[in-house]
Design a protein around this ligand. Structure first.
Ligand SMILES: NC(=O)c1ccc[n+]([C@@H]2O[C@H](COP(=O)([O-])OP(=O)(O)OC[C@H]3O[C@@H](n4cnc5c(N)ncnc54)[C@H](OP(=O)(O)O)[C@@H]3O)[C@@H](O)[C@H]2O)c1
Length: 480
């Protein structure tokens, strides 16, 4: 039995963008749909000298409207919402925070501390919370800490952060978030693979010729992102975390059971076996980096910046299932379409009965998992066009999530926050997963320095050299 059914969700960084756009709507939606296991209070923490009324008004103005819940329930939710002004780099403020949290609860309460602050404050916040006893679980109620991305800036810094945090709290208290894992379509990857026996026998090097994963964005540095992005770039911001999570779910072995340990054990093995295409002598043959025209003039970006806004690479997973199968990974800003998808290209038939393939790059048997937007699954094949003779045309079976289920897909953060409160870490990154991701990303960043930075026009598919990452007759990048 839990010691209490009251949970305080304490958001550090409550006046920020993530809180109003994603976190508060997520807690609210979960609560008003009765998906939380008990009662919930939301406590916002930041430096601004706001009071409860100001904070509530700010949330009403800035949080997106949610159709699933009524105006009355929003008002009721706000009554459970409080603001506590706190300087997170001032240890004394945490004593006042602890006192205020106790007063608000009025009884023993579980607590989630969500670190929606810049990464420089992650460790400081946890050290200070720990120092005043706010992370101590010995009295019964649990204490959990959610850490946003980026978790470190390379392998060395991620190791240091892991070590420091795990010196203060247990791995079971630490929830490293990658919001991609909260997406329904990402969770469906495992269901699709391991519940449908018809695909799993084909899911290996014997039948799969190539896998490509794209996260394409149409946006650039809008909303003042330039300053942060210029210190990160496409590898650190997207490829080394979100794309690797998609890759590990597509490539993992079936876990023996659906426990958080078994799932994370299998995902981490994929990351351990992931390598760059280093058997090619020149990195430019397997890595293409680019920067969109006008990037260096963006606010917050250095005029001589060498930060990549586009990256594409050809990687391999050195294990029995995937030996020799290229994984082509790509992400970029200011591309012509916004979408995330995984395409599994199956090999061609061993013998051509119906004339030759005029365009050898066409791959009719491709399974596409559309992660966002227009979430769904497409399966391509070729059929005979009705009429005399044999004319072959491509066709597809398509499943669209919203059409099929007639309901909106919940936001990723909602599912993840529910999991934090119920104590399920399956969709959060374990320390070894983060470190293995950085190991590979560090190799990529190092090799990337030996490749030229190529410019590309906004609204194009990035440098044309990215097309050469495919071998002859191996297919082409998807286009949304
Ligand atoms: N926004 C997104 O869509 C998004 C997506 C993925 C990950 N993230 C991650 O989420 C975190 C927050 O992002 P954000 O976009 O919400 O940032 P933001 O808009 O800049 O908000 C930062 C928050 O931190 C507070 N803060 C800063 N210094 C503080 C201090 N010393 N003491 C107390 N509070 C302090 C700020 O409030 P005051 O100025 O009032 O103190 C503000 O509430 C970052 O780690 C980011 O990388 C964000």
């Amino acid at each position: 039995m839990p010691a209490t059914d009251l949970t305080q969700v304490v958001i550090l960084g409550a006046s920020g963008d993530l809180t109003s756009r994603k976190l508060v709507p997520a807690v609210y939606a979960a609560q008003c749909q009765h998906l939380l296991p008990g009662r919930c209070q939301l406590v916002g923490v930041a430096r601004r000298p706001w009071d409860d009324a100001f904070f509530r008004n700010h949330l009403t103005q800035s949080a997106p409207k949610l159709e699933a819940c009524s105006y009355d329930s929003w008002e009721a939710f706000l009554k459970q919402t409080t603001y506590v002004q706190t300087h997170l780099d001032t240890p004394d403020d945490y004593r006042a925070l602890a006192k205020r949290l106790d007063e608000l609860a009025g009884e023993p309460a579980n607590r989630v501390f969500y670190l929606a602050v810049k990464p420089e404050l992650f460790l400081t916040s946890v050290e200070n919370l720990h120092a005043v006893g706010l992370l101590d679980q010995s009295a019964g109620p649990w204490r959990r800490v959610v850490v946003e991305k980026p978790f470190g800036t390379d392998l060395a810094s991620a190791r240091v952060l892991n070590k420091a945090l795990l010196g203060l709290i247990g791995e079971d208290q630490l929830y490293r978030i990658d919001h991609y894992l909260g997406k329904e379509t990402v969770q469906n990857i495992m269901v699709f693979r391991f519940r449908n026996a018809m695909f799993e026998p084909l899911w290996n090097h014997k039948y799969v010729e190539l896998v490509q994963i794209t996260v394409a964005e149409t946006v650039g540095m809008e909303g003042g992102r330039g300053g942060y992005y210029d210190t990160a770039g496409a590898v650190r911001d997207m490829l080394g975390n979100h794309v690797l999570q998609l890759l590990s779910l597509v490539a993992m072995e079936p876990p023996s059971r659906m426990t958080q340990k078994a799932i994370r054990d299998e995902k981490v093995k994929v990351l351990q076996d992931l390598r760059l295409h280093t058997d090619m002598p020149e990195p430019a043959k397997y890595i293409v980096r680019g920067q969109y025209d006008g990037y260096r003039a963006e606010t917050g970006v250095k005029p001589e910046s060498q930060t990549e806004t586009f990256i594409a690479t050809r990687a391999f997973i050195d294990n029995w299932r995937w030996g020799g199968v290229p994984f082509l990974l790509r992400t970029g800003k200011h591309l012509p379409a916004r979408y995330t998808s995984i395409s599994v290209q199956f090999r061609m038939p061993p013998h051509t009965l119906f004339g030759s393939y005029q365009e050898c790059h066409l791959r009719p048997n491709t399974l596409t998992l559309r992660i966002q937007p227009n979430e769904g699954i497409d399966l391509g094949f070729e059929v005979k066009e009705p009429g005399a003779g044999i004319t072959i045309k491509p066709a597809k079976l398509a499943m669209d999530y919203e059409d099929y289920f007639h309901k909106a897909i919940p936001e990723a953060y909602q599912r993840l926050l529910q999991d934090v409160i119920t104590g399920d870490q399956s969709l959060f990154l374990r320390s070894d997963e983060v470190e293995e991701s950085w190991r590979w990303a560090d190799d990529l960043l190092k090799a990337m320095q030996q490749t030229p930075m190529q410019s590309y026009a906004k609204n194009s598919w990035g440098p044309s050299a990215a097309n050469d990452l495919f071998g002859e007759c191996e297919g082409r990048w998807t286009k949304g």
